[in-house]
Design a protein around this ligand. Sequence first.
Ligand code: TYM
Length: 414
Amino acid sequence: MNKDFPNKLNSQNDGEINSIGNNSLKDTCTGPRNNKNDDPSAMVTPWNVEGQVDYDRLIKEFGTQPINPEIMEQFKKLTGEVHPLLKLHYFFSHRDLDFILHKIENGEKFYLYTGRGPSGMVHMGHLMPWMFTKYLQDKFGSKLLFQITDDEKFLSSPDRTSEEIKRYTYENILDIISIGFDPSNTKIIVDTVHIKHLYPIALEIAKRITFSTSKAVFGFSGSTNIGMIGFPPIQAAPCFMPSIIEGRPTPVLIPAAIDQDPYWRITRDVADRMGYYKPAQIHSKFLPSLNATGGKMSSSKPETAVFTTDEPEIIEKKVLGAYTGGQATVALQRLFGGNALGCPVFWYLRYFFDDQKESDERFVRCISGDLLCGECKNDLAEESKSFITSLKRRREKAKDTIQEYMYENEPLEF
Ligand code: TYM
């Protein structure tokens, strides 16, 4: 077990798939804090997550598959365990994961592909898919392509300058390296630096996607700048790079939160026609915003998130000031109990730090009125401070190894 990471982000190896009741608590924490799943204003796009996300509904709307007990059993057969983030249904949906697991069973290799859009500093939500990607890399010895879409983030906001994006690209690369990916099996692609490797594939993809499809999938309109309209094939391109690198069709698995799914829909549409496997995905939920507005933790809303560069006092202030599912007074809390399911502090602890038994006990103590919000906030503040302190040490060391991780070792100039 790697002691630099919370228990949750390593496997816990007890092999059980049970939790309270029938194996998962329903995560209702990304929206207006009303615990209902019928928010008509809910929206999940690669650039924005608003309202109460109903993850079951997303599976239906996006046409993905739930991570079911069979998939977990397959993982267990291959690795001897079920990772806690699968058991807790943090990773809750997939496309063709069974195909990847079948390939592994047959001794075939697959690539991992994930990424970051450098719109700001990295927060703890971003780390979740990356840590899970590292777990998969360690378990299966996979090569990883890690894309930084600096072009996307330049284009997607009228106010962001290229200087800002350059700075965030550098800072975000330190976070990525600090996850501990195997340097001999990991290559970082920065779009504006490595465009010559992406562009020929992106052209082939672009030629096969109509503007009507793109509008329907991404919601582009007459006022969208044409850079954004042309961008999606650039994020699709790394799905096919492994086949080009290896000289034969090579399976690819993408771990990411579900907001990135529109990109994979258009990529999967063209894969067959281009002679490649459709890229497979494993989708996570979102680490929720810490404040009362709901939605996901977001780099562009600093008060909603704990960043990897936050000082301990700032972390403490954000966490102690966080929205919770508590009652207005201690007396009411004792009488009626808290609303753990609508509480970002509960979910943050459950997904990131508590083990399942601790979290289940926390849930029961909260809803029965035995536990007050201050205790959970203190636990979260302490855990987050110590996690970020050790991550910062690894970030510092990462400064000396950037070059090693760059695709084709092409130098980055800052
Ligand atoms: P970006 O930078 O918005 O997000 C990076 C990764 O973090 C996930 N994510 C979250 N996960 C949990 N809780 C949250 N609150 C949260 N917010 C974001 C995202 O789903 C993503 O996995 N366009 C992409 C960059 C990219 C990419 C990729 C991402 C390029 N290629 C391949 C995933 C896979 C972006 O802007 O991600």
